[in-house]
Design a protein around this ligand. Structure first.
Ligand code: SAH
Ligand code: ZN
Ligand code: ZN
Ligand code: ZN
Ligand code: ZN
Length: 513
């Protein structure tokens, strides 16, 4: 198939197919009694297997659950690899060194001191992304420091902190105001009283702002996020430092209990989970995590409610629909397009593209969810749900079939509606973009074997690169083992010095928050 036609299709090619491809890196889900996975700084690692032409390679390996780039976490271990006591100890020390320097409690104590300060003494270091107490000023005198930090600013940390856009780890894309407001209004219309925000710091913030402004809408919110900087702004009962790819609470049992209590309060009534994970992440580990949160919620339920489901909003691109529904068959996709502030592609308005590919997947019946007509949605009485204006009901499909918000056309030969840019190809015997190559050589994606995108657009490229690098590195490590041991403690050469400097800078960014 030829290069994708427009922006939206390019984004789709980036994320669709491939995931069920014939080659790539796949997660190994635990079967049988779980062997505890080795730990990296981001909690238990995940077990992966490299798949080539549909065949699994024999040797499986553990890698970081959260970081899809070895630059951010270079953990690698073969499943059958035995580590020496010395290496295990070094790893433990490394994991400890990578943890934030302050405990959750200490962060809260600092915050309480901070809000006691007069306005003129409330400073925020923009470089270190840290609220400063007078004792810290000296250390940051050379840095860009913001003064007069108001209570209003403290209540909007997602505006004070810069977004961590690094796609391979945080992928922090913040909701545009109108999408965030839409979500808050919807949650309150649906009658929820507690929202578990998993990776949605801006939503968490707006829920709290709304609740403090209007005593009638007293919705509570608990944020779980891997971005430790947020712990400066919230008490222990409203933020947990958390990894959603392995359900790891960085502050252990205390934090886990905060989450449990939140889900189980009022016998689990009135709570919803809203999540907006990094799109580059694998769906499987997320699904495993969400099932654990669901189980935690279920434990607190009374017997007669045992057939109820925890209400969920999972915000993700539309082309992941089949993957998500595979794990959560009761989920349906809303036509609502979620917009972001700092994502040029997904943003409405003059500079951004008009169509966002990001949708809400939910187990709440779609007929209960009203989409704003002023933003171009209408109610389809046949489908009993709100859809995009352009998403016209097809009497042959008996549905409003469009996934991407454009009008799709019915093809009587394919017996389904297809994208407007596609035409029926009598050689291929199905609809496709006009300039595709019929029966052409199968020169699809090098990584996953799918035909509708190239290697560079493959959704598996990150994991594949990481695994290949990991394997290379592992081999290199073996052959260099002697060398590395002898250079320890000696002066560094230039490249490793810059590498270390970079690593230090990254650590600074992470630890100083
Ligand atoms: N649109 C949301 C933000 C989504 S961006 C909002 O405006 O509120 C993805 C979020 O997930 C970021 O806040 C990021 O810090 C968080 N995140 C990324 N990786 C994570 C992980 N492994 N575990 C938990 N949170 C993670
Ligand atoms: Zn890691
Ligand atoms: Zn500083
Ligand atoms: Zn149709
Ligand atoms: Zn067709």
């Amino acid at each position: 198939m030829a290069a994708p036609k427009d922006g939206l299709e390019a984004v789709e090619a980036e994320g669709s197919a491939g995931l069920r491809g014939t080659s790539g890196i796949e997660l190994v889900l635990p079967s049988g009694p779980a062997v505890p996975a080795p730990l990296c700084p981001h909690g238990p690692t995940l077990l992966f297997v490299k798949v080539t032409q549909g065949k699994e390679e024999a040797r499986r390996f553990y890698a970081c659950s959260a970081c899809r780039d070895r630059k951010d976490c270079n953990f690698f271990q073969w499943e059958d690899e035995k580590l020496s006591g010395a290496r295990l100890a070094a790893r433990e020390a490394h994991n400890r060194r990578c943890q934030p320097p302050l405990s959750r409690r200490q962060c809260v104590e600092r915050y309480l001191k901070f809000i006691e300060l007069p306005l003129t003494q409330r400073k925020f270091c923009q470089r270190c992304q840290q609220l400063l107490l007078p004792d810290d000023w000296g250390q940051h005198s050379e840095h860009q420091v913001l003064g007069d930090v108001s209570i209003t600013q403290l209540r909007k940390p997602s505006q004070l902190l810069y977004p961590l856009e690094n796609k391979k780890t945080y992928a922090q894309y913040l909701f545009a105001d109108r999408s965030c407001q839409f979500l808050v209004d919807l949650l309150s219309t649906l009658g929820f009283r507690r929202v578990l925000c998993v990776g949605t710091p801006r939503l968490h913030e707006l829920i709290r702002l709304t609740a403090s402004a209007d005593k009638n809408s007293n919705i509570k919110s608990l944020l779980l996020d891997i971005d430790f900087r947020y712990s400066q702004f919230y008490m222990e009962d409203s933020f947990c430092h958390y990894n959603m790819f392995n359900h790891h609470f960085f502050d252990g049992k205390t934090a886990l209990e905060v989450c449990r209590a939140f889900l189980q309060e009022d016998k689990g009534k009135g709570v919803i989970m809203v999540t907006d994970p990094p799109f580059g992440g694998l769906v499987e580990p997320l699904a495993v995590t969400f099932k654990k949160l669901i189980a935690m919620w279920k434990e607190g339920q009374s017997q007669d409610d045992s057939d109820k489901e925890l209400p969920i909003f999972w915000i993700f691109p539309y082309f992941f629909e089949s993957r998500i529904c595979q794990f959560f068959p009761s989920f349906r996709m809303l036509d609502y397009q979620v917009d972001y502030d700092n994502h040029a592609l997904y943003k409405h308005g003059k500079t951004g593209r008009k169509q966002s590919p990001v949708r809400i997947f939910t187990n709440i019946p779609l007929n209960k969810i009203i989409l704003p007509t002023e933003e171009g949605y209408r109610f389809c009485s046949l489908c009993q749900r709100y859809v995009s204006l352009e998403n016209q009901h097809c009497e042959h499909c008996n549905s409003c079939p469009s996934k991407d918000g454009r009008k799709w056309n019915h093809c009587f030969l394919c017996k389904k509606c297809v994208k407007p840019s596609w035409i029926h190809c009598s050689i291929c015997n199905h609809c496709a973009v006009p300039d595709h190559s019929c029966q052409g050589p199968k020169d699809g994606c090098f990584i996953c074997g799918e035909l509708d995108h190239k290697r560079s657009a493959c959704p598996n490229i990150a994991t594949s690169k990481r695994a290949n690098k990991a394997v290379r590195k592992q081999k290199q490590r073996k052959s260099n083992k002697m060398k590395m041991e002898t250079t320890k403690g000696q002066s560094m050469n230039h490249t490793s010095a810059t590498r270390r400097k970079k690593r230090r800078e990254r650590a600074h960014q992470y630890l100083c928050s």
